[in-house]
Design a protein around this ligand. Structure first.
Ligand code: ATP
Length: 533
């Protein structure tokens, strides 16, 4: 079929509009140029008149008469003088032009002396890295022109560099991590320590942009985040890193902040999470924050290897299947979870084959949250029992289809003891607290594009979902409400998110032998499932 041409208004209408706009803009510019003296004089006359009015208002009433007399006499004398009115008009215009001039101080065209010194010293420091003796026209040379190499720069209020774009020679080995690291280290040192910097290497354009980053907000506590089912907020990051913001209440006011959102479920490419950190870095808090969010739509089974009771606030709450702190309980709970994953898979498969939608009791998300499982693994090895991690294989492999999500928190020293399936299937990764470049690379797969933060608050770190970009991360504060050190506002924030109690906090008699213990867990349809310990 022959293609009908577009109506003229659609095919070249936008061209005309653009041309019209350009014409209007240039006409306005020319008019402003021509009328500029007139505008200045009018502004000056207005200012003079305002000054006169002020002066008149400030003159005491008894002096106004003589003043008026004086002014009238001057006017009369000027009017009688030859060329008097003309000279008076010219003087008035000159005075108006002087007072009407634009008084906004013009911004300095370039950096001031101290800033120039900083740029010069930075340039000199870069010379050995960005030059070779064979280069006939080096961009970087001792005593050379820094203005040619520094495409753009900005300084903050304290006179330190806040943004800098550097042009570098094409032969610089910007593809090598070691070469980049040397430059980043140097710029970090020379631009002022005590801040975080982001480095963006434009390998095609041979340009490096360094930006000083503001600290991430630490005043956001656990709360109901506006997310869709299947979305979990891991924390908050830089505005440039993500394309969305979330409204949160922080410090008593509402703010929009950019979140790191982790999507789980059938379509997720990162269906399970591994969070690693040093002692006290906040990985337990991250798991608690996740639990508080997912309990809105799903059930949670918690295994706490550290045995410090940091999830006690969740015990006996609706949707919390169990909080297991010992080896026997953990084995029983995880065995049940493995069977439950298989049950869901089989039920879904049968329904699919019968051409029906998946049964209701396979739809409620099930979350397995494991805090330091390797501690229990060591206990199991000592007692000659099964490592609880081995029971995670089925949920890790089939969890995405079956609606089962695994989140593991571990410390760096326990990383070696994590079994392969845990490493392979936990593609959502978080590192919290101080970590070496090698540790970050081991967990996140690559080094972060930012320098380490000098001040590392609890819950601060990095997140990376699969092979996506790396984000700076600040986990919302979700501390243990039963911890005495927890502030009242944080305690209330966490307590308000806890589901209602469905069972007493500690249903077992304290002297019950652990070996005979029976773990009662709530089935997905509210039925009781009994797993033998
Ligand atoms: N995101 C956060 N915001 C504010 N405080 C936090 C945050 N994360 C952790 N904290 C505080 O830091 C301390 C340690 O946190 P947490 O217990 O979660 O660390 P951890 O990594 O589990 O360490 P450990 O296993 O040694 O207990 C707690 O007092 C906790 O309240």
């Amino acid at each position: 079929m022959a293609r009908r041409p577009l109506p003229r208004i659609l095919s070249n209408g936008s061209d005309r509009i653009v041309r019209g706009r350009k014409l209007a803009r240039s006409a306005a510019d020319s008019a402003t140029d021509v009328l500029h003296p007139l505008i200045t004089i009018t502004r000056g006359l207005r200012r003079l008149a305002a000054a006169g009015r002020l002066r008149w208002a400030g003159t005491p009433r008894d002096r106004r008469g003589p003043l008026l007399f004086l002014l009238t006499s001057i006017v009369l004398v000027v009017a009688l003088l030859p060329f008097g009115p003309l000279l008076a008009a010219l003087t008035l215009m000159a005075a108006a032009a002087w007072h009407g001039r634009d008084r906004t101080p013009s911004r300095p065209a370039g950096p001031d002396e101290a800033q120039t010194k900083r740029l010069e010293s930075l340039y000199e420091a870069l010379v050995p890295y960005f030059s070779v003796p064979e280069d006939p026209a080096p961009l970087f040379t001792h005593g050379g022109q820094w203005a040619k190499a520094f495409v753009s720069y900005a300084f903050d209020g304290t006179g330190r560099i806040s943004q800098l774009t550097i042009r570098y020679p094409a032969y610089f080995t910007d593809g090598e991590a070691a070469s980049r690291a040397r430059i980043e280290q140097l710029l970090h040192t020379k631009s002022g320590r005590g801040r975080e910097y982001r480095f963006e290497w434009d390998e095609e354009g041979n340009q490096l942009t360094v930006t000083a980053l503001p600290p991430l907000p630490v005043d956001i506590a656990a709360q109901r985040f506006v997310t869709a089912p299947g979305e979990t907020v891991l924390g908050f990051t830089d505005p440039a890193g993500v394309q969305r913001t979330l409204p949160v209440i922080a410090g008593g006011e509402r703010r929009d902040v950019p979140p790191v959102v982790w999507r789980t479920g059938v379509r997720s490419t990162e269906p399970h999470l591994l969070a690693v950190g040093g002692p006290g870095s906040g990985t337990t808090t991250l798991l608690r924050s996740i639990a508080l969010q997912v309990l809105q739509h799903g059930d949670v089974l918690i295994v706490e290897g550290g045995g410090t009771g940091e999830f006690a606030c969740l015990t006996g709450r609706a949707g919390v299947l169990a909080v297991e702190c010992d080896l026997t309980g953990a084995l029983a709970g995880l065995e049940w979870a493995a069977h439950e994953t298989e049950r869901r898979l089989i039920a879904m498969n049968r329904a699919r084959q019968a051409g029906q939608s998946p049964p209701d009791d396979t739809l409620r998300p099930l979350w397995l949250l494991l805090d330091r499982p390797t501690v229990l693994g060591q206990l199991a090895a000592a007692e000659g029992r099964r490592d609880p991690q081995s029971l995670l294989q089925v949920p890790l492999r089939h969890g995405r289809t079956a609606g089962v999500t695994v989140a593991v928190a571990e410390q760096f020293d326990g990383m070696e003891s994590l079994i392969d399936p845990v490493r392979q299937h936990t593609r959502a990764r978080v590192v919290l607290g101080p970590a070496s470049a090698a540790q970050l690379e081991a967990v996140l797969g690559t080094r972060p594009p930012t320098t380490p933060t000098p001040d590392m608050p609890a819950g601060r770190g990095y997140a990376r979902l699969g092979t996506g970009p790396m984000h700076r991360l600040q986990v919302p504060a979700a501390p243990d409400p039963y911890d005495e050190a927890t502030s009242e506002s944080h305690r209330q924030a966490v307590l308000s998110l806890l589901p209602e109690r469905t069972a007493p906090a500690d249903p077992e008699p304290a002297d019950a032998p652990t070996e005979d213990r029976t773990v009662l867990t709530k089935g997905t349809k509210g039925t009781k499932v009994v797993a033998e310990g």
